[in-house]
Design a protein around this ligand. Sequence first.
Ligand code: SF4
Length: 462
Amino acid sequence: MSMFDDIPVDVGVIYEGERIRKDGMQVELGGPKQAAKFELVRAKKMDEIEDEKVNVIGPDLKDLPVGGNVPFGIYIEVAGKAIEEDLEGVTERRIHEYLNFIEGIMHLNQRYDIWIRVSKKSFQKGLNSFTYIGKVLARLYKSELPFIEKIQMTFITDPAKVKEMYDQAMEIYEVRDAKARGMKDEDVDTFYGCTLCQSFAPTHMCVITPQRYSNCGSISWFDGRASAQVDPKGPVFAIEKGELLDAEKGEFSGVNESIKQKTLGSVDRVWMYTGFGYPHTSCGCFEAMAFYIPEVEGYGIVDRGFKGVTVNGLAFSTLADSGAGGRQVDGFHGISIEYMRSPKFLQADGGWDRIVWMPQSVKDRVKEFMPKEIVDLVATENDAKTVDELTAFLKQKNHPVVKRWKEAVAEEAPAAEGEEAPEATVFPVSTATVSAGGFKIIFKNAKIHAEKVIIKRDKPKR
Ligand code: SF4
């Protein structure tokens, strides 16, 4: 029995988190195989749109190849007296939540990166047209966000139209992102928090500041402000900064209080500009992951779109799992691409001087915001495919991290005359757990120095 009589499948919060595997999918819309895909919300005037109208450009669900994959776009236009452009970002982010409420629909990611699957089971129940999906979205939007008085939507599967609108969408995202650039966290008294991702990461709260964009890359400080004004009790809310406790690491009393309250005490301290100590929590829909590479004392960055394995032999999905779920994990830090353009980017860890590897495509996107002298010193998959190759590359380029290796060697392991000093690795951790022989050893606020870390699988003696 459906929540809506005229919709063939059920709709409700219980379907959030439903996974649709390849063999159970009717069709896949967007996703990693498609270069062009998007979701976009635009604010319109009341007389510019027709309320609850659903358009389909290209083949509808029933005409798409079974088990196939197609380019895809969702374009939503909203109008209302209180609606302004700054509400577009947060309204757009709700597509993820509302689509996932529909039985047999799985929606991942955001903006230019969307990945949607429709299940065979729901298709067979009659979910064979985008019109049904449009009707559900319109009702959820209007009941949950009362500032929306009219809503019209368009689903696009026609490849040429998707590409054309994708190009326009990319320009619109850029204009939104650029708006807060140049503003400083010091210039404002209020930050914004978002708990939309708590449905799957209960201890996560994004702290959105002018210089630390939300993890998903979809909600800027301006978007947060607009949303908190029209819907102050909603999942996006104001945070009074309170007292500045640490300017370098980015710790504020108001942020600590807010996250403590919103996570029911699970997290009570956040340092916003570092990946160590008390880093900003990582949910699961961050655009990229900064991962510490202890061998070179620097960070690699990998984005969701990177298909290969990174320089440490792990793919995005594995690295993402290491930090996701609303945790604060030393050295695994979920970030947005826009945060990489911020002067506060991992400031307490050394900022760009600490970044050693990233995919070429990410470098191309952020290059103009990197300090000029560092651009050529950061390796990509074209320069280094293994940590050994990376070490050689960094040495050859004299990347700023190389100085750290030398300092660490001088401090920690003075070599005997004529003997080559081992290169020590300094790996600061706030909490680390090691299990051995039935005991658990917990290190708190420790600095571990190791010449080598060997992880061996325990084989039972025969
Ligand atoms: S990543 Fe952060 S800002 Fe984006 S939807 Fe999730 S909680 Fe909100």
